[in-house]
Design a protein around this ligand. Structure first.
Ligand code: ZN
Length: 112
């Protein structure tokens, strides 16, 4: 079985991510990953945006694997809402953070 195959079996919710590093840290496993998305829908108005504003790292506690806690350090992107032209506010939000389906929810510290 390939590494990708093993990943697909053990962590099916991480397959859509770019995995940068997997390391043991004490009694837990630390996974550094980032999203590969180039666009996201604004959760407030639904308009798709491709304008990345910034990115930051979220810490998400995931299900234990073989008795070891798994902590996901996930770099997510903040997008500018495309429904927010200067001087004409169509959407109340200037920016929003992408969510990873099946993995993250807004303000959540644990994976779905
Ligand atoms: Zn919006």
């Amino acid at each position: 079985m390939t590494i990708l195959g093993l990943l697909t079996v053990l962590f099916p919710h991480l397959v859509c991510l770019q995995i940068d590093q997997v390391a043991r840290s004490g009694r837990s496993v630390r996974i550094r990953a980032r999203t590969k998305t180039s666009q996201a829908a604004c959760p407030y108005c639904g308009v798709i945006s491709q304008r990345v504003h910034s990115s930051y790292e979220r810490r998400v506690c995931d299900t234990a694997v073989s008795g070891q806690d798994t902590v996901l350090h996930l770099r997510v992107q903040r997008f500018r809402c495309g429904n927010h032209p200067c001087g004409n506010h169509h959407c109340g939000k200037r920016t929003f953070v992408e969510q990873v389906p099946g993995l993250t929810v807004r303000y959540g510290r644990h994976s779905v």
